[in-house]
Design a protein around this ligand. Structure first.
Ligand SMILES: [Zn+2]
Length: 292
């Protein structure tokens, strides 16, 4: 994380620049009421038949989230026209020249929105700044290949993992404040604790490159499967479960799922409909647990 952090510059932008980078068509979210209704219905229907994950859910314009979402942004690469427009909107900001010369990934933070968010929640602005920065750094770390962010399931997984990265940087009272901040974010962002509650399993070939991770976590995954009926997905050819295996550690499931998501992008596994189905199920589970 530290290496990425020193590689990627941070630009402070005003509201107009941030809204240019985050246009209104991106400001579409799951409506909290719609999610609650869907979750009720979904739990009932899952008892009888499986159906499609996230069926009947859609994003809609929802202005009030702008102040907690268009606060930070990770961008893999700006084109010339975007830079031009950002410079025009900068109104003589001294960072102008740096932005003009910069190529490659960047993180944008909006101090005005950070301050007003902190004010509304009664939280130290530095804490809000750190939380927003770590969230965007999370996106940067997950930028390992083509992203399925355009799909609702992809967005739920990505935003939940980005918030998991951010949340895990804090402890004690600060972590409680961060949870409070996240509570005001859209439902797509709320699965940050649930990502630690089980292991995504994509079959016996699509695994993390490191063998030790795979074997260690496979057992733990099995525990979840047995004890929690978690959202792991078992494939074929698994060894039988031995008694006396250690119970899984929650933090490890988060780290495992985070790494697997990066690997899935890197290896372009989303071309495989089974992988898509698995992650759609994972996203649904994150959403259901978040609103529980
Ligand atoms: Zn995000």
């Amino acid at each position: 994380m530290g290496r990425k952090a020193v590689q990627i510059p941070v630009f402070l932008v005003n509201r107009r620049q941030m809204d240019y980078l985050n246009p209104p068509e991106r400001m579409r979210f799951l409506h909290p009421e719609a999610v609650r209704r869907w979750a009720e219905e979904r739990r009932r229907r899952r008892e009888e038949d499986e159906g499609e994950p996230l069926q009947g859910l859609d994003v809609a314009p929802w202005d009030s989230y702008q102040e907690v979402v268009a606060v930070g942004l990770y961008v893999a690469q700006l084109d010339g026209a975007q830079k031009q427009e950002l410079l025009r909107l900068a109104e003589g900001d001294p960072e102008e020249e740096v932005l003009r010369r910069h190529n490659g990934p960047a993180i944008f933070l909006c101090p005005e929105r950070i301050l007003s968010w902190a004010g509304r929640e009664g939280v130290n602005p530095n804490l809000v700044l750190d939380k927003v920065y770590y969230h965007e750094l999370g996106h940067a770390l997950m930028d390992t290949g083509p992203t399925p962010y355009g799909e609702l399931w992809g967005r739920i997984v990505e935003e939940s993992l980005a918030n998991w990265v951010a949340y895990r940087r804090f402890q004690g009272q600060e972590a409680r404040w961060v949870q409070r901040l996240i509570q005001g974010e859209p439902a797509e962002y709320q699965g940050y604790l649930a990502v630690e509650e089980g292991f995504v399993f994509l079959g016996d070939r699509k695994t993390l490159a490191k063998w030790d991770w795979y074997t260690r976590h496979l057992w733990r995954h099995l525990w979840y499967k047995l004890w929690e009926r978690g959202y792991g997905f078992l494939d074929r050819g698994l060894p039988p479960l031995l008694p006396g295996l250690p119970l899984p550690m929650q933090g490890e499931a988060g780290a495992y799922n985070f790494r697997l998501w990066r690997e899935a992008k890197r290896q372009k596994w989303f071309r495989d409909p089974d992988v898509v189905r698995t992650y759609a199920g994972f996203a649904e589970e994150l959403l259901l647990r978040a609103v529980d």
